[in-house]
Design a protein. Structure first.
Length: 319
């Protein structure tokens, strides 16, 4: 009976992964946290502890492990070289991805996860549980170990920090029909690859934002930019460099958004690009080349890696 109960508990893996990923922004860390939660459940059973609500037990364990993890992660982020972006969750036609990733909430885009970085660990836990997964305040209170009234205050404070002007927490994450998103992404990548600057300008929102994350270890696609013409020049140069290095982009869904993965001539992952789309235009572009954040997708290309001396110099330069 106990074996059957533990096997049934694994059906909660997609939800648990989503919560852990929402907390950490890291695929690897989220998987480790979920595994630790299941190990805790196994130890509890072996000790003769009766777990009345397995889902609540695991959700609480994952959330509290996430809160603890964020304490050390925050120190690493403060010394991170360049822009920080979360590890991408990628789905392609030939790589559907693990089942644990299947239930990622639509609001867990890169833009949203970057916004959450300003929150404290407890604020982030309360906000993710309430805003993303729709948990009621009594449940949130039980999970984070605080009173319901306190959780209401924490949520209100977190929402104000994430969206101080009162707008939705993530204006770039409005749902996009897959067909519409795929078509816009196709036009974007064709225009960027051919260097058609006018076509690219027509696809971007006036307040478009670009972020590139090389982590000081690989050539970033570009630096942060928020002016359409500057973003376009950066994109055209970045795509030209990709072609020069012998890599090519293949369509993919990244964190539930249209995007692409660049592979080198040997089929190794070189970069990932995610597009946030709303109202028929691209509102944000996120490009990852940091090899540490691509390793979970398969063998990583070395074509964009910085020379050791140059990488060390960049790391020593701080954020």
């Amino acid at each position: 009976m106990r074996v059957t109960a533990e096997a049934d508990a694994y059906g909660y893996r997609p939800l648990l992964f989503s919560i852990a990923y929402g907390m950490t922004g890291s695929v690897g860390d989220a998987e480790d946290i979920v595994q630790d939660a299941f190990l805790g459940l196994t130890r509890a059973h072996r000790a003769g502890t009766t777990v009345g609500n397995v889902k609540a037990y695991l959700t609480t364990a994952v959330t509290r492990l996430g809160i603890n993890h964020l304490g050390s992660a925050r120190v690493r982020r403060e010394t991170y070289v360049g822009d920080w972006l979360p590890e991408p969750v990628v789905t392609t036609t030939d790589r559907p991805g693990p089942a644990e990733h299947a239930e990622l909430a639509d609001s867990l885009s890169m833009a949203f996860l970057v916004l959450l970085e300003i929150l404290t660990p407890v604020e982030r836990a309360v906000f993710v549980l309430r805003e993303v997964f729709g948990y009621g305040y009594p449940d949130v209170a039980g999970i984070v170990g605080k009173s319901e009234a306190n959780c209401r205050q924490i949520f209100a404070r977190a929402r104000k920090r994430v969206a101080p002007d009162g707008r939705p927490a993530e204006p770039v994450s409005l749902p996009v029909r897959r067909a519409e998103g795929a078509e816009l992404a196709r036009r974007f990548f064709e225009a960027a690859d051919s260097g058609d600057m006018d076509a690219l300008l027509g696809l971007l929102a006036p307040d478009v934002v670009f972020q590139g994350d090389g982590g000081g270890k690989a050539q970033a696609f570009g630096t942060s930019a928020a002016e359409p013409r500057r973003v376009v020049r950066m994109l055209v140069g970045g795509f030209r460099r990709v072609r020069t290095l012998g890599a090519a982009f293949r369509p993919a869904w990244v964190n539930g958004r249209p995007g692409a993965v660049a592979y080198d001539a040997e089929g190794r992952v070189a970069s990932v690009v995610e597009l946030d789309i709303a109202d028929g235009v691209i509102r944000a572009i996120h490009a990852l080349t940091n090899p540490d954040k691509l390793a979970h997708l398969g063998p990583v290309s070395d074509i964009g890696l910085l020379a050791g001396e140059e990488a060390n110099r960049r790391r020593g330069g701080g954020c």
